[in-house]
Structure formats: C-alpha cells, structure tokens
Design a binder for this molecule. Structure first.
Ligand SMILES: [Zn+2]
Ligand SMILES: [Zn+2]
Length: 498
C-alpha cells in the first residue's frame, strides 16, 4: 500500500522551493509549514526479502506563495527484485542505518525508496516553455521502480542506472521488470523515447586501448543499449572516457569506432555523450573532443550530446550572465552543432569557473548562480529535452548521520519551473538569487580555497619539474606521466557525483 500525503508545492515558485530546505531563514517567508518526511531505508535480509527501517526527518519548509496540492499516490505494481544496484544514485548514497520510527510504520512495495508524493508533477503544457525537468532517480530493486520515484518528486523527465553502475556484470533485465516498466510508463504518461535518459556505468571507458578491457567495456555498453531498446528508451547518456595517456585523437577515434560497432548491433537508441570537466586524460571537456567523436560516427542520427552545466562551467564554458550563456551556446553550435544537443544535466558548481573540479551544487547556491538556470530554462531551442538534476540531496540527520532528502529535488524542480517566463530583472528574482547564493557561500569559499592552494602547489611543482627535467635523461617523460596521473585524480569527473 502507498501512503497518501498532502504536500506543499510552490506553483509560481517565486518563493523558491529550493530555498525551502531545513536551513532557510524566515525573514522573507509569509507562511511556514512543517513537513514531515518519512525516510525508508532498505537492507538486505539474507536473500529472503527486504528489511525496512524507517525514520522520521522533520523539515521546516518556508514559502512565500503556497498552493496546497493534494495528490494520491497511484497504486504500485507488484514489484520483484530484479537486481541489487542499491547504490544507484549519481549522488553519493548514505547507507547508514536510521533510528527506529517514532510512530507510523511504512509499508512499501518497492525496495529502496518510499512512495510518498513530495510534489505534484507540473503539466508541461501549463509552462510558457515546454521544459521537462526532473532528476536522476533510483532504480534499485528494478528499473520499473524509477518511474514511481520520478512521480514522487514531480519529475517530468528522469535519469536512472539500468543496472549496477559499479559492477561489470549484472543479471539480465527481468521480463517482469520490463512489463511493469511499460505499464508504469503508460499509467504515468512518461514518454520513454523523449524524456528518460539512463546514465551509463562509471566503469566503462570506450577509449580503452587494451583489447581485453575494450571488449569488456563494449559488452557492458551494448548490454545497456539493449536494455534501452527493450524498455523503449531512445536516449542513453555516457561518459566518453579517458585517453589512458595516449593522444586525444587516438581516444576519440576509438570511442567513435566503438559507437559505430554498437550502432550496428542495435536499432534505434541514440548514444548521448556527456561533456566532462577534467583536464589531462579526460575526454570530452572541450567541445572539440565531442565534435571529433561525432565526426567519425557513421550514423549521425544515432549520436548526440548531453550538456552537464556543472561540467561545462568547470571546464571553462561560462553560463553565468545572459551574454556568457549566449556565447557558450553559440560556441557549442559552431563547434558541435545544436542539432546534436539531446539533453541537459542541471547542476550548479561548488567549484569556481574553469577549475576542472567536478563538484555539483544545489541550484543557485554554486558559482553558476540562479541567473544561469534562468537562461537555460527560458531558451526556446532547449524545449522538449530532458533536463535532469544531479544535485546533492544528502543532509545531516539529528544523529549526525547523512540522510537523503528527496524533497530537495522536488523543490528544485519547482524552482526551475518557476523561472520559466520569470523576469530576471525583478527585485523578487534578485532577492531569490542572493538568498540562494548566501546558502552556498561557505561551501564556495571552502572549494575556492582548495583551488587556490592547488594552483600554488602546481606552480611550485612546475618550477621543480623544469629544474629536474633539464639535466636528467628520461626524467622528463616520467615526470610528465606522473603529473598527468595527479591531474586526473584531482580532477576526476564522475566520481560518484555526476
Ligand atoms: Zn555523468
Ligand atoms: Zn552529469
């Protein structure tokens, strides 16, 4: 059975649902409501079933304009466990046990997630632009569960992992899971071909030069594409990979060759390359890398690009002001081509511009700021694309342990929708932007400090390297490799957070 819950939803959003988290100040609020969120944590119990533990987390929600929306959670399909990909959030997942429930016990049919509607879905037709905003939800216990998880946060698009993203082998897609996925899609009116964007495994590197490892990567990749086709999903997002120390041209060539092979082995799925932010060996941080892969793909209708806003910004593509946004979009169009743009990952950045650090921040709280997202959700050409949040939702519980608060995604979706057609010059918008910036100030200062310290360290290392490399034969090449390894580690993209 599913619990029903009335939820506060800020429709027009000026009030910034995203700001309405536990730490928001009460200065601008005109109404206050206390929302109780029931968290359900699942733990395996010896293969015989799932043990549930529940905990109540109190969240203070403050909004200026409040529409109370009541919505019934639909009856869930009977779910069978399909795989064991518990850790399937793009944001690091907390697996610590929660304290016992205070009053109510939750009965849920799905494993890993509760079935509470945290915000109603907005009818996209009611928006001034057809923006399909959602988040990367869990598919733990079977891909079919992702749909209820998307419904719960009011997502009009969503991402998921089709299998465990940190294991090389997973059980095949269960027939039941497929049937239920299609039934749930129909029930909730999601268009799998348009607005569902699975994320590939973090293990797969299609640029891999070693034959055995390249074959292993391909097998994992093609298995995911086949799952997409079985589920009616048309878009599949993946990280392009790493050069492994070889040239970028060799790497993009190998990626394209793997894509060509995969396209021939499947019928319809579009392989969507995610832009990256790392430097050194990371492929895809420059638009040119993406262009070079696409150039070598035989069937251009089967390849596309997903722009992760945090990655773009950290890689040196500015989006903060309307002018910078326009310039970056023009650059993308010129180098890659807007026709290849298939999706967005919407994340603010805890790290400063061009820092090559992959640290996702909540919308408006990072170095990008709210204005950047206003530009994106109001851009006509971006309509109908899936726009998926991969923002952090872990919060410290009363016991000091981290708990996931999916209300943050529900609120961020409403916040982004509220920006559509909103006047960015208004006092209200500016106040909202300032308020969100204040929330992220400490975190931004912390990362800025790290980046500054690293710059100093790198400068010193560069001086030492120059001195050391000069007299010794062979020393230079070795040093270079070591430095590249350092770079990759420091700037690693996709380390569980995107
Ligand atoms: Zn990613
Ligand atoms: Zn991403």
């Amino acid at each position: 059975m599913v619990r029903q819950s009335a939820r506060q939803a800020s429709k027009t959003g000026a009030a910034t649902a995203a700001a309405a988290t536990a730490t928001a100040t009460a200065t601008t609020a005109t109404s206050v409501s206390i929302t109780r969120i029931k968290k359900t944590v699942s733990a395996k119990s010896n293969g015989t079933g799932v043990k549930k533990e529940t905990a109540d987390v109190e969240t203070k929600v403050e909004v200026k304009k409040t529409n109370v929306a009541k919505r019934k959670a639909p009856a869930p399909a009977t779910i069978k466990d399909e795989d064991d990909s518990e850790d399937d959030s793009p944001v690091k997942k907390e697996t610590a046990k929660k304290p016992a429930a205070k009053k109510r016990k939750t009965k849920v049919a799905t494993k890993g997630d509760d079935n509470m509607i945290l915000a109603p879905r907005t009818a996209v037709t009611s928006l001034k632009r057809a923006m399909y905003i959602g988040a990367h939800v869990s598919g733990a216990g079977g891909v079919q569960n992702s749909i209820q998880n998307a419904v719960n946060i009011g997502a009009n698009s969503f991402a998921l992992f089709l299998k465990s993203q940190r294991k090389w082998s997973s059980p095949p897609l269960a027939a039941d899971a497929k049937t239920q996925f299609h039934a749930m899609l129909k029930q909730h009116g999601y268009d799998a071909a348009q607005h569902i964007l699975p994320h590939g495994s973090y293990l797969v590197n299609l640029a891999q030069a070693d034959k055995t490892k390249a074959d292993q990567a391909y097998e994992n990749f093609i298995d995911d594409l086949q799952r997409c086709e079985a589920l009616g999903i048309r878009l599949y997002n993946f990280h392009p990979g790493s050069t492994g120390g070889e040239t970028m041209a060799a790497a993009t060539g190998r990626i394209a060759a793997q894509l060509n092979r995969a396209h021939k082995a499947t019928k319809s799925v579009i392989t969507v390359i995610e832009n990256m932010c790392g430097s050194g060996n990371v492929v895809g941080s420059r638009f040119e890398d993406l262009r070079d892969i696409i150039r070598l793909v035989d069937d251009k209708s089967r390849v596309g690009v997903c722009i992760d806003t945090c990655h773009a910004f950290a890689a040196g593509y500015d989006l903060r002001s309307p002018e910078a946004f326009a310039e970056t979009v023009a650059k993308f169009d010129e180098i890659v081509g807007l026709k290849y743009l298939k999706a967005f990952h919407l994340n603010d950045s805890k790290a400063p511009f061009a820092s090559h650090r992959d640290l996702h921040a909540n919308i408006g709280t990072g170095f990008l700021g709210l204005r950047a997202f206003h530009s994106i959700v109001n851009h006509e050409a971006f309509q109908d694309l899936p726009m998926v949040l991969e923002t952090p939702i872990d919060e410290k519980g009363p016991d000091g342990k981290s708990v996931e608060n999916k209300q943050i995604w529900a609120d961020e979706i409403k916040l982004l929708e509220s920006l559509i057609g909103a006047d960015a010059g208004s006092a209200e918008f500016k106040a909202q932007a300032v308020e969100l910036q204040a929330k992220g100030a400490a975190e931004r200062a912390k990362v800025q400090d790290q980046v500054d310290k690293k710059a100093v360290k790198d400068a010193k290392k560069g001086t030492k390297k120059a001195k050391a490399a000069a007299p010794k034969k062979g020393g230079r090449a070795k040093k270079k490799d070591e430095d590249e390894d350092d770079e990759e580690e420091e700037h690693e993209c996709g380390s569980g957070s995107d």
